[in-house]
Design a protein around this ligand. Sequence first.
Ligand SMILES: [Zn+2]
Length: 152
Amino acid sequence: MGRKRRKIVKRAPRRIPRVFYCPLCNQQAVTVVNVTGYSAEVSCGSCGTSVTVPWYRSSLPVDAYSTWYDVVTGRRKREEVEAEVERLRQLHEGLAEELVEALVGEGEGASGEEVSEAEAGAEAEAEGLEGSESLELSQREEPEGGEDEAGR
Ligand SMILES: [Zn+2]
């Protein structure tokens, strides 16, 4: 009995939550719909608050939700987010796919492994969404560096 057992960290293989919490009406009714190659609509089924947000190759529903959350809570400007969607749309429609990948996708070539890792992270993020820390973390994941390089 004297031996210390290594602590086993439980990692439930649960799926990513698809229905998120709405800070405006306090309902768990926010879903990500109409995902295209460059945008996704995030909408609360309870109060109807809806924002079209950028959708990157490596995006997960929780990323779209996180952007939506920032917009509806005033942390990010809606126009800014919409401008990004528009930019992505133009890239998506106007440029060679490789270029889009270079600008948008860090997740290109992501195998199942990488996705499941991201899933685990996304899940943790979703669970901790009441705190603002997780939101900032997910913001940092946006490929801003790539954009700058390409834009200048
Ligand atoms: Zn709502």
